[in-house]
Write a protein that binds this ligand. Structure first.
Ligand code: GLU
Length: 422
């Protein structure tokens, strides 16, 4: 019997990260000292920021920025706005960024930020003032060579533009490379907006090849229709997959022969929501996650596949578009069921990889065509997929632990080379 306390422990993202880290570090025979170094983040910043609200009252918001590691390069990772974001979650997400950047072998460490707020209840002006004050508080800790934020849950290109502008005002010069995921005309990269979804497609292409599946008979269910989920669903459909389900809070969409994704995008464009789309039947979201399919893409938030539902998941491939959608306890169940898991730190790495391209382009002052961006992305995603699958075969572990082992090994190697400054 799983108690509420057990489930709370299982769904704590920091525990979820640490459980996988410990397992992988153990398999690697990582020495005790480095184990301790890599287990905890190197810097945690908490700020309490005053913001003048539209009605004239002063509100104070709590924000975090956690830098897990800068061993392989500047810290890198998104910034999320949510009412329930907390330090443990940000810590876990920062560590995942270190492992993710190492899996795709780009020269960054890992970081993550968060502000406790309900962005859906705030005006643009309030969001702008909050973002600018947060940036000002973090001025000494972020920068192109220090820590480079990016969008995450409930933040977007506009948020990045405010951060870039605030940082630039303090630096007394325009510093585009301080954030990625910016609008294209102020130093953003072509292809960045779709990049995480495109990366998901790229690793799915490799996975179906490995499992000898055909694209046009491969049924896909996507959970979440935000930046990652909507682009993944659209690009998968364009490539010839059958997207049969979209799982969204408040009602899923299901169509056995595949949903017309172009029509769904147009519907959302017109109505601002996918609810009420006439081209599919309405479906209970929790049930839709468990419907028979070939590829399941959780692209929403953490803890969607847990010890409570993992045994009922019916996909052959699980491609994690979100960060931490599967708990450590669910890993064992999925392994037993022989589900081919493409872990988050590989599957959703297309976003940060294209952020890397954006950072490079900003520093070069020379901007690439979208086809060049996508070509470079494909090269990196395919190489990372091959590395992880090979590691899993060689070491007799599942893909997730293989990805962690590969990442930890790369970061540990760098720390050994650099040595410990005393
Ligand atoms: N927030 C995204 C992630 O979790 C992107 C981070 C980035 O581009 O730095 O990977």
């Amino acid at each position: 019997m799983t108690t509420t306390a057990d489930l709370e422990q299982e769904t704590n993202p920091w525990q979820a990260q640490a459980a996988r880290f410990d397992l992988a570090a153990h398999k690697l025979n990582l020495d005790e000292g480095l184990w301790k170094v890599l287990r905890s983040p190197s810097r945690e910043i908490i700020v309490h920021i005053p913001v003048m609200m539209d009605d004239g009252h002063l509100e104070v918001f709590t924000g975090f920025r956690v830098q897990h590691s800068i061993a392989r390069g500047p810290a890198k990772g998104g910034l999320r706005y949510a009412p329930d974001v907390n330090l443990d979650e940000v810590r876990a997400l920062a560590s995942w960024m270190t492992w993710k950047c190492a899996v795709v072998n780009i020269p960054f460490g890992g970081a993550k930020g968060g502000i406790i707020c309900d962005p859906h209840k705030m005006s643009q002006g309030e969001l702008e003032r909050m973002t600018r004050r947060y940036t000002a508080e973090l001025f000494d800790f972020i920068g192109p060579e220090k820590d480079v934020p990016a969008p995450d849950v409930n933040t977007n290109e506009q948020t990045m533009a405010w951060i870039m502008d605030t940082y630039s005002m303090h630096a007394r010069q325009t510093v585009t490379a301080v954030v990625t995921g910016k609008p294209i005309n102020i130093g953003g990269s072509r292809g960045r907006r779709e990049a995480t979804g495109r990366g998901v497609l790229m690793v799915c292409e490799q996975a179906i090849k490995k499992l000898h599946l055909n694209r046009d008979t491969t049924r896909v269910i996507v959970q979440g229709f935000g930046n990652v989920g909507s682009n993944a669903a659209r690009l998968m459909a364009e490539a010839g997959y059958k997207v049969i389900g979209i799982v969204e809070v408040g009602g899923g969409l299901y169509k056995k022969d595949g949903i017309d994704m172009e029509a769904l995008w147009a519907f959302r464009q017109r109505n601002g929501t996918i609810h009420g789309f006439p081209g599919a039947e309405k479906y209970d979201p929790a049930e839709l996650l468990l419907v028979d399919c070939d590829i399941l893409i959780p692209a929403a938030t953490e803890n969607q596949i847990t010890s409570q539902n993992a045994d009922r998941v019916k996909c052959k491939i699980l491609a994690e578009g979100a960060n931490g959608p599967t708990t450590a306890a669910a890993d064992d169940i999925l392994s037993e069921k022989k589900v081919f898991v493409i872990p988050d730190i590989l599957a959703n790495a297309g976003g940060v990889t294209t952020s890397y391209f954006e950072w490079v382009q900003d520093r070069q002052g020379y901007f690439w065509k979208e086809s060049v961006v996508n070509e470079h992305l494909s090269e990196i995603m395919i190489a990372a997929f091959d590395d992880v699958v090979r590691y899993a075969d060689t070491h007799g572990v599942n893909n997730r632990i293989a990805a962690y082992m590969l990442a930890i090994d790369r970061v540990a190697y760098t720390i050994r080379q650099r040595g410990i400054y005393a």
